[in-house]
Design a protein around this ligand. Structure first.
Ligand code: ATP
Length: 231
């Protein structure tokens, strides 16, 4: 279980998160929703250790991650698919996937078959440069690279952004498959409401750095959530 308790995050004098608390359980998809600039990416960067917090606690399966570096968190099973994908343009698809070996023990340094069964295009393109892939293929590569790290907590920042509908469907199916494995907690930031509604077991809506609404999929009042997401 991921337990984020009362975190604040600042960029200089500007406060991006205000006493944010969320939980995420294995076998469930937890969606964080909200307009542009409300702090969703900042929350994910805080989770994975890319941005320090100024107050609060981040616990994963009972261990306190708050003071750990991003690489130590990766070793404890935190996998990250960043906004904008951050593929290495000059490395091949295979080399990009192998960058996911960094937190692994030597015996685990292979690309799990799941990566290719979820995204067969990656197998066909192993020798192609990351920069030559379409946006959708790069997104699949970014998710594949995170899966190589064998995450037990998978954090995805807007995986549908700028992606064509057929690939959005593939990504949705991949997330569903990972949820059904039952041993991975998935935290998904989204602005595409319909995609989030289909996948979310639990949701949090943010506004101006705060969680303003939360609950299970069953308790979600769509009209209220949509209101918080429209500009
Ligand atoms: N590196 C940074 N330095 C200074 N301010 C930042 C930085 N990153 C984000 N911010 C500010 O923090 C606030 C929250 O941004 P954040 O990117 O977390 O929001 P978001 O909800 O993820 O939006 P988006 O969907 O556009 O990524 C915004 O006001 C943003 O301008």
């Amino acid at each position: 279980m991921l337990e984020v308790t009362d975190i604040d995050l600042h960029y200089g004098a500007a406060q991006a998160l205000r006493s944010v608390s969320i939980k995420a359980a294995p076998g469930r998809v937890t969606c964080v929703l909200g307009r542009n600039g409300v702090g969703k990416s900042s929350l994910l960067r805080a989770l994975v250790g890319h941005q320090p917090i100024s107050k609060g606690r981040i616990r994963w399966n009972g261990a306190d991650l708050t003071a750990l570096s991003a690489s130590d968190r990766a070793r404890r099973g935190v996998g990250y698919v960043p906004q904008g994908r951050e593929i290495f343009a000059l490395l091949s698809v295979e080399e990009n996937l192998k960058t996911g070996f960094a937190p692994l023990k030597r015996a685990d340094c292979f690309i799990p078959e799941d990566v290719f069964s979820l995204f067969p295009v990656l197998k066909d393109m192993l020798r192609r440069r990351g920069g030559d892939l379409s946006g959708g293929q790069q997104q699949q590569l970014a998710i594949g690279r995170a899966l190589v790290t064998r995450p037990s907590l998978l954090v995805l920042d807007e995986p549908t952004e700028g992606i064509q509908p057929s690939i959005i469907k593939d990504i949705g199916r991949a997330i569903q498959y990972l949820r059904e494995k039952g041993n991975i907690a998935i935290v998904l930031v989204e602005q595409y409401f319909d995609f989030a509604r289909e996948l979310a077991d639990d949701f949090y809506v943010m506004d101006r750095g705060e969680v303003v609404m939360s609950g299970t999929r069953e308790s979600m009042v769509e009209r209220e959530v949509r209101k918080r997401m429209s500009v």
